[in-house]
Every structure is written in C-alpha cells, then in structure tokens.
Design a protein around this ligand. Structure first.
Ligand SMILES: [Zn+2]
Length: 253
C-alpha cells in the first residue's frame, strides 16, 4: 500500500514536470511473466501484455532500437536491458524481440546460471540466444551481492571472475556490467575501468547522453504498476527528478 501511494505521488509530480527530452535511453526490466514468482519483487515482474504494450508504443512512435555501441548521444534511440537473467526471457526474446529485430542486453550472474534452479536462463538457453545479433550479454556480478559492502578482494572477484566465468562458459566477450541493486562506489568503478570492461549501468534515472561517463550509465527503471502513460512520462525523462532522493540516500551512507 505504501509503495502504491509512493508510486501515485511520483506519477502525479512527473506528469506536471515541465522538463522533457528526446535523448536516447536504456530501459531496465527484470522479469516479464504472467504468473509471478518469488525470485524478485513484484515491482519488477511485468505482465507480458504490459511489456508488449510498451514495445508497441516505442515502435509506433518511431523510437529506434540501438545497442550499447551506438546509443550514446542519439535522439530517440533506446536499448532494452534485463537484469538477473530470468528464464522467461528465452521465449520473450524469440517471440517478441527477435521477430522485430529489437536489441537487448541481458545481465547475468554466474551463480544464477549455475543454480539450475527453475526460473533462470541456463547455459544452453543463453548460448542459443547468443546466436542472434540483437541479443547481447553482460555481467551482473558473480553472486548478486551489494558491492558497497565487500572487501576489495571480494569486489574484484565479483567483477572480474564473473566476466571470466561468462566468457569461458559462453564463449562470448563480456564488455558491459550492471551493478546489483544499483549499489556501487569508486572502488567498483576503478576495477571496471582498469579491466577490459567498456560500459557499466547503474539504476539511477537518466538518459544515455554523456560519453564521458561510461561506467555510470543511468537507466529508466520500469515497474509492474507503470501504466502506459507512466511509461511515456518515464521515457521523456519526467521521472528523472527521483534521482534527487537517490543521491540523498547515498549521501547519508
Ligand atoms: Zn539484479
């Protein structure tokens, strides 16, 4: 209930926010399913119809699907990102994104891929998806921990060994990273910068328009209770004021 109230207030404020932009953006999704599972919070489980409606909106309004190498500083370009690697993406990619040649970037954690727990993409599924040019993969750390709370040694393991594991097992270059829970500090950024990662995404609201900041790329977080009008406000940047609270929370740490 409290979340619903917060959401309604954010939608109201965003709808009267006069600032907007056509800059390129990365969308953050987690799970797309109609049955709801326990692997992530309800907020991050979108119905297939909601997701379809959002893709249709982008298509109808001439937004252009981009990948990580050509999204920067481009008006009306977008990239879809999925965090955690939930199993239903196998079907979503085949039936919805590949058919329309829409690019997406899936962030994987070795510990989830290895878990064999129902609900996560398996190695063979990932390998099959990787045959498509429009589907790319990145690391979401080794075991999905809060990176701010780790020792330097553990942090290096999460960032570097996840890359190595994914590259060895999938036979793919891994050049992008997404911070689990959007939490990180300068140590993580420095490790990423000094390895051969090229880009890292956080969970702040914002556009992909600053080429100097390749390791703190903001995204637009999509929630299961977003209406299509919330979605249209979000992609214009009208929810970006929420970063004020994000920065405030981080300052207190
Ligand atoms: Zn995650």
């Amino acid at each position: 209930m409290q979340n619903k109230l917060k959401k309604n207030i954010s939608s109201r404020i965003s709808s009267i926010n006069p600032f907007y932009s056509n800059n390129g953006f990365a969308l953050t999704y987690h799970s797309i399913n109609d049955s709801n599972h326990e692997l992530t919070s309800q907020l991050y489980q979108l119905s297939i119809n909601n997701f379809k409606e959002q893709i249709n909106h982008l298509n109808k309004n001439d937004f252009i699907s981009a990948n990580v190498s050509n999204i920067f500083n481009k008006k009306k370009h977008y990239i879809i990102t999925f965090d955690d690697g939930y199993e239903e993406l196998f079907q979503i990619c085949h039936e919805l994104l590949n058919m329309q040649n829409i690019n997406c970037l899936i962030f994987l954690c070795p510990i989830f891929v290895m878990s064999k727990k129902k609900g996560y993409l398996s190695i063979s599924q990932i390998k099959e998806l990787s045959r498509y040019k429009n589907i790319e993969f990145g690391s979401h750390s080794y075991s999905h921990k809060n990176l701010q709370q780790l020792t330097l040694k553990d942090l290096e393991f999460e960032i570097l060994d996840s890359k190595k594991w994914l590259e060895d097992n999938l036979n793919l270059p891994i050049k992008t990273f997404a911070y689990p829970f959007g939490k990180y500090d300068d140590r993580s950024v420095n490790i990423l910068k000094s390895s051969d990662y090229e880009h890292a995404f956080n969970t702040k609201f914002g556009f992909v328009d600053n080429k100097k900041n390749n390791f703190e790329i903001p995204r637009i977080d999509i929630w299961n209770n977003d209406t299509i009008s919330d979605f249209t406000l979000k992609i214009k940047g009208k929810f970006n004021w929420l970063n004020f609270f994000y920065n405030l929370k981080n300052l207190k740490k």
